[in-house]
Design a protein around this ligand. Structure first.
Ligand code: ADP
Ligand code: MG
Length: 757
């Protein structure tokens, strides 16, 4: 066997599982999770403690966007947080922000400062620790190397990070017992344009709040001038994060996974996921060790990670938090991904967040569970017991239907990337067609309203129970209690499904930041809510408030209008693709087509009218997406080319050499001119030739991209047209060669090794 592979496997087997100790009280008893949860977070209570009452009140007003933060308050908070952080070992602080790279960015500065005093004896320099209000509020990283889509040229590279007061500061441990103070921030240009993911998310949240409060004031009949019941609405988000974990020493022998996050070559082992024995199976001990170490750190960071389990594919896992306000949930998802990677590294494992690291088994998504909540904590998508008369719920529901119908193509854009493209429609993820699944119960509710008839059989008792005490065979299991039945059924094949009291946007990719998809969803729903409010106003005419009949009429109007995006069947089937086409639903197959939607007039005007994006922010994002896609594929093509030319092909040559030698020897000794070795050699030769041709094909595709200059859109198109098929073709040949080459010569770890602990 190839020695590097053997050593890696041996290393994997001999490595002990890393042990960490969970917090213990002085008497050795465990500290409960709730007691240390959030201990590395600088909470509002701490700000309250640090500030005089009026200053704290003005800080709260600032947080809610009602006034600017004054210098004295900022200084007081900065002082308090520095002492708090330094007492916990912090030596540095950093603004922590989210450029359009799907990851976070940070640049550390020490609290250390020098202070000069001038005396008769001359200048005296002393070292002090300092952190001012203005350092807390704003920093100016050199922004020239972040993606900007041409919005800034390098000579005007100023970018500012500004403290996002809605997300709490926290410390993260560094090496040697030190730590760093993290200040969640937005990232904007000199002209105030959003350069990041967070600014637009915050804007979209504002808009959805405004639009929703307006609708609620109509629905709840709030007289003009009176205090409305709901002053603020926020979106809630719970991100189910899927990922793969593989051995790090094997990973280090795979140049493709290292540079592109996925395997560019490789055949499935005989057994992978077909037995369904990995899903919810026993969690391997090395994985458990990694998960719980990461969870410990995340608990301390105030990230409410709740669920962990094995996923469908071998080595695939999932982690889900308790939902939170969307922008905080995004921060926490990015933090989770980061902490998990770091901890896996310490455990000699590697996390793969790519949407499709292995061909032929399930890929990974990031299901975004989304809803809206009032400031008093009411979930606006909770149908309650009698949804058919809950007009508030129905109006919100049809708004979401309307949003997805109007801007489904834009939602498709928000999840478009070269990596997610491998997953969408590949039998474990919904296709590229955006449709909504509502479930039997709600579908009947909407149908009955549409047909102006009473609801069928669905006047549900408060809780339906399933009785386990007797079955058709009359086998009684009296020892089992009765259980409550969930009123919503499930459809894993839908890209956007109603799951009881929230929607689940399932098409989102595991690797991407949830920020952009949620921003687009918020925007589309905000715009839809405006349309629904306008329809209500029209319907009620000169009355001060809509009657129930008015509400029902508007609900019905939108039910009829949005019918074509409701789909309850199998989203993975070919029949659906044909049906969707008949219904006129867009089926956007490639990324460049998806990116186009961002600047399509219908979507662009919605986003700019709401002020969530400016025209230039949208065009810049459009260029960034195209540029990134082309670059991703170019990196893949170059990685593939090197892997094939320098590792896979030479291995085949070596094997051929050994066969040729045997043939020669056998011929000399036995006079055997048609030895089996010769047969093997002959089988290998045409595939080796095809491999050489495939490498030339890759070179040609790469060269085509290099002839395009300064035109990201053309580059993306060329990447999609030439590099994607060249990669696919080269892979087919490489996989044939893997089968024909003796294992001893095969240079990189195989799927059978990567997908097994
Ligand atoms: P599922 O419905 O997929 O079986 P759960 O009910 O456990 O799973 O929820 C999955 C995710 O959805 C979790 O992260 C959970 O916190 C989140 N979630 C639950 N309710 C809401 C809500 N109202 N808004 C946003 N996310 C929610
Ligand atoms: Mg779910």
């Amino acid at each position: 066997l190839n020695t590097a592979r053997v050593e890696s496997l041996r290393d994997n087997i001999n490595r002990p599982t890393r042990k960490i100790s969970y917090p213990k009280n002085a008497d050795g008893t465990p500290v409960y999770t709730s007691e240390f949860f959030g201990e590395n977070v600088f909470h509002l209570q701490q700000i309250a403690k640090a500030l005089p009452k009026p200053a704290y009140a003005s800080f709260l007003k600032q947080m809610r966007g009602r006034q600017a933060l004054d210098r004295a308050t900022a200084d007081a908070i900065a002082h308090a947080v520095r002492i708090w952080a330094m007492d916990r070992g912090a030596t540095h602080f950093t603004h922590w922000f989210q450029p359009q790279t799907d990851t976070t960015a940070e640049k550390h500065d020490a609290f250390l400062s020098l202070k000069s005093t001038f005396t008769a004896a001359g200048e005296e320099v002393t070292a002090i620790d300092a952190f001012s209000g203005s350092q807390l509020l704003q920093a100016e990283p050199d922004a020239s190397s972040f993606p900007s889509g041409g919005m800034r040229s390098t000579f005007e590279a100023r970018g500012y990070t500004v403290w996002d007061t809605t997300s709490p500061m926290f410390i993260q441990e560094g090496p040697h017992g030190t730590s760093v103070l993290y200040i969640p921030s937005v990232f904007i240009s000199y002209n105030g344009d959003a350069l990041d993911e967070k600014t637009v998310l915050l804007r979209s949240t504002e808009q959805i709040s405004k639009a929703c409060c307006d609708l609620l004031s109509l629905v709840e009949s709030v007289p003009v001038g009176a205090q409305p019941k709901t002053n603020h609405v926020f979106t809630t988000l719970g991100t189910e994060q899927e990922y793969f974990l593989i051995d790090r020493s094997l990973y280090s022998l795979r140049p493709d996974i290292k540079t592109t996050g996925r395997t560019l070559v490789g055949n499935l082992p005989p057994k992978h996921q077909q037995m369904d024995d990995h899903y919810f199976g026993r969690i391997p001990s090395k994985v458990m060790a990694t998960m719980s170490e990461a969870e410990l750190e995340l608990f301390r960071l105030g990230v409410p990670v709740k669920t962990r389990h094995n996923e469908v594919a071998p080595q695939q896992f999932e982690l889900a938090p308790i939902f939170e306000e969307a922008s905080l949930a995004v921060d926490h998802n990015l933090l989770t991904m980061d902490v998990l990677s770091k901890v896996a590294h310490k455990n000699k494992l590697k996390v793969l967040y790519h949407e499709k690291p292995f061909k032929g088994v399930n890929g990974s998504g990031k299901h975004c569970n989304w809803s809206m909540s009032t400031d008093s904590g009411e979930n606006l998508l909770d149908p309650t017991v009698k949804p058919e008369t809950n007009y508030r719920f129905l109006l919100i529901l049809v708004s979401v239907l309307h949003a997805v119908q109007q801007h489904g193509a834009l939602l498709r854009t928000s999840i478009a990337s070269s990596s997610n493209e491998h997953r969408l429609g590949a039998c474990e993820a919904p296709p590229s067609i955006l449709s909504i699944f509502l479930g039997q119960h709600l579908t009947e509710v909407l149908n009955s309203i549409e047909e102006s008839r009473p609801i069928k059989n669905f006047s549900m008792p408060e809780i339906q129970t399933i009785k386990l005490g007797g079955t058709a065979l009359d086998v009684k299991v009296a020892s089992l209690p009765s259980i409550a039945r969930d009123l919503t059924d499930r459809n894993r094949t839908s890209p956007f499904a109603f799951t009881g009291n929230k929607f689940e946007f399932r098409a989102v990719g595991s690797k991407q930041s949830p920020s952009f998809p949620v921003t687009i969803l918020n925007a589309a729903v905000a715009s839809a809510l405006q349309d629904v409010s306008a329809a209500l106003r029209e319907q009620m005419g000169s009355k001060p408030f809509p009657s129930d009949a008015d509400k029902l009429a508007v609900i019905k109007q939108f039910i009829v209008k949005t019918k074509n995006i409701r789909f309850e069947g199998d989203g993975y089937s070919d029949a659906w693709i044909a049906e969707a086409e008949k219904r006129g639903l867009p089926n956007i197959k490639t990324c460049p087509e998806a990116f186009e939607q961002l600047i399509a007039p219908h979507h662009l005007s919605m986003l700019t009218k709401l002020g969530i994006f400016s025209n230039s922010e949208l065009t810049s994002r459009y260029f960034i997406m195209n540029e990134r896609y082309a670059k991703d594929l170019l990196v893949e093509a170059n990685t593939m080319r090197t892997l094939l030319a320098q590792q896979i092909l030479p291995a085949a040559f070596e094997y051929r050499g050994s066969l040729a030698q045997s043939v020669q020897l056998l011929n000399a000794i036995e006079g055997e001119s048609q030895s089996p070795e010769l047969e093997a050699l002959k089988a290998l030769t045409p595939v080796v030739k095809k491999m050489q041709a495939a490498i030339v094909g890759l070179d040609e595709a790469i060269a085509k991209l290099h002839t395009i200059h300064d035109d990201a859109v053309a580059e993306a198109k060329a990447a999609s047209d030439f590099i994607v098929p060249a990669l696919q073709h080269a892979r087919i040949i490489a996989d044939q060669l893997e089968v024909l080459t003796a294992d001893k010569y095969y240079p990189i770890p195989r799927y059978s090794e990567l997908l097994w602990f």
